[in-house]
Design a protein around this ligand. Structure first.
Ligand code: GLC
Length: 458
């Protein structure tokens, strides 16, 4: 039986193996580039091992920042081997893309501000100030870009134009919209013939992972088609929105954005800086209008289609993300936590499933349509802690550690029996489990101290 210190050694080894000096690969082979939210989660773990390296991980993301403020979801490896990946996006078509590196043309959940704060917690105050001063201008530019480009109607909520922007690639609400609004005639034609199988030839993921654990060829093709459309518009949001059928105010994205805005305020306070007035008023508006995503009938929040203004009533892990946002009322939080307890919804043996058991999409090993992921567990745990659900948070932490102790740092796991799936030696699993172990140790020490004090008083 492995102990916590064996697991610690093992996850440190995974992070070392995937270390590329400036940044960490999500997993060797399957993911050969740098991803935005992956680096943020990795830095949250690395801060326990090497604070300079954790800072480098986050600073390296700024290499890819566009001059309009966007932080791209991928920064590509420059090797000739990956010319095809770069060519899919051709970021240089946009006048805002950097010249020195190739990137994708979309973003990912704005976890950077949280990661900067978490790394900052490990620094003494003067170094923390310097650290915040280094990162704050880029973060402000990014959040301003989100409001200017991604909230064209001043609704207060920001929109996403590709499922990859949510980080939850095959999540049901987006698959639902994809099939409803973005299924060209040729897709249905291909689907009805064997030709659809040829898509496998162009997929890296199904070469590394059993196809049953990934999205279907049809969905992969449709995702590519959305990229093609964005690329044809040179990533110009005005042109994209004029025609696009895909513009969704994603629940996970906006929940993370609310927390990230709070982190910006915290950083600005520490360094005595004033955030731009318009940004501050936009931030307040986001918190206020978030309630529009609440559906009274099912007592849940949902993503919203920005074109039709209709909620997309398809539950997923996003359902629990407002806990992480941290601004919803205690009553709402209680309603969400009850779903975690409910054995027919999210209350499985190895929580938290990326899709509730009640969903027609639920499949325990299928990418973002059932499996438990450690990064969403980490976000939910932060939310639970903030609302005072310490016991629930501890259970998720312990179960996550148990999964890695039993199987290693896999990309995702069955929420039913814990079977591992996806990529092996996956960096954010390793980094966040390390963070969970550190937190468990702190909690154990606290408990020990409390017991000792009680004993001394008697
Ligand atoms: C997958 C995940 C995405 C992640 C990427 C790299 O595409 O869905 O969230 O950033 O892999 O790990």
């Amino acid at each position: 039986m492995q102990t916590n210190s064996d697991v610690t050694q093992e996850v440190i080894e995974v992070l070392k193996q995937n270390d590329k000096t400036l940044f960490t690969l999500p997993a060797d082979g399957l993911y050969p580039h740098q991803w935005l939210w992956d680096s943020c989660f990795v830095a949250i773990g690395l801060r326990h091992l090497d604070i300079d390296r954790a800072q480098t991980e986050l600073k390296s993301l700024l290499r890819g920042q566009w001059s309009n403020g966007m932080l791209p979801h991928m920064i590509f490896n420059n090797s000739m081997l990956y010319a095809q990946d770069r060519n899919i996006w051709r970021s240089q078509l946009s006048p805002y893309a950097p010249d020195t590196v190739s990137t994708s043309g979309i973003t990912q959940p704005p976890v950077l501000a949280e990661a900067v704060i978490q790394v900052g917690k490990k620094l003494k105050k003067p170094e923390r100030r310097t650290w915040y001063l280094t990162m704050l201008p880029a973060l402000i530019a990014y959040h301003q870009w989100l409001y200017t480009e991604r909230d064209p109607r001043d609704s207060g909520l920001v929109l996403q134009v590709h499922p990859h922007e949510t980080g939850l690639d095959s999540t049901p609400p987006w698959i639902d919209q994809l099939h409803r609004h973005h299924k060209p005639w040729w897709a249905s034609f291909l689907e009805s013939t064997k030709l659809i199988n040829t898509v496998s030839l162009f997929r890296r993921d199904t070469r590394h992972v059993p196809p049953g654990q990934r999205m279907s060829n049809l969905d992969a093709l449709l995702y590519y088609d959305v990229i093609r459309k964005l690329r044809n518009k040179h990533y110009d949001i005005h042109k994209i929105l004029r025609k696009s059928s895909f513009a969704i105010q994603d629940l996970t994205y906006n929940s993370i954005f609310i927390r990230a805005n709070g982190c910006l305020v915290e950083m600005a306070e520490l360094v005595n800086a004033e955030l731009p007035e318009e940004l501050v008023s936009n931030m307040q508006k986001t918190r206020q209008v978030f309630e529009q995503l609440w559906d009274g009938y099912s007592s849940q929040y949902y993503s919203r289609n920005q074109r039709t203004n209709k909620l997309i009533r398809e539950p997923s892990i996003a359902t629990l993300m407002p806990l992480y946002a941290g601004h919803i009322t205690k009553e709402r939080a209680e309603q969400l936590v009850s779903l975690l307890h409910d054995q027919e919804v999210f209350g499985t043996n190895y929580p938290v499933a990326s899709v509730p058991l009640t969903s027609k999409y639920f499949k325990p090993m299928s990418y973002w349509q059932g499996p438990t992921w450690i990064n969403t567990n980490w976000l939910i745990v932060q939310g639970l802690e903030r609302y005072g659900y310490k016991k629930e948070a501890e259970i998720i932490r312990l179960k996550s550690i148990e999964l890695v102790r039993q199987h290693g740092s896999y990309e995702y796991f069955s929420p039913i029996d814990g079977s591992p799936a996806g990529a092996k030696n996956f960096s954010w699993t390793a980094a966040l489990v390390l963070d969970f172990i550190k937190k468990c140790i702190i909690n154990m020490r606290k408990l020990h101290l409390e017991k000792k004090n009680k004993h001394n008083r008697l």
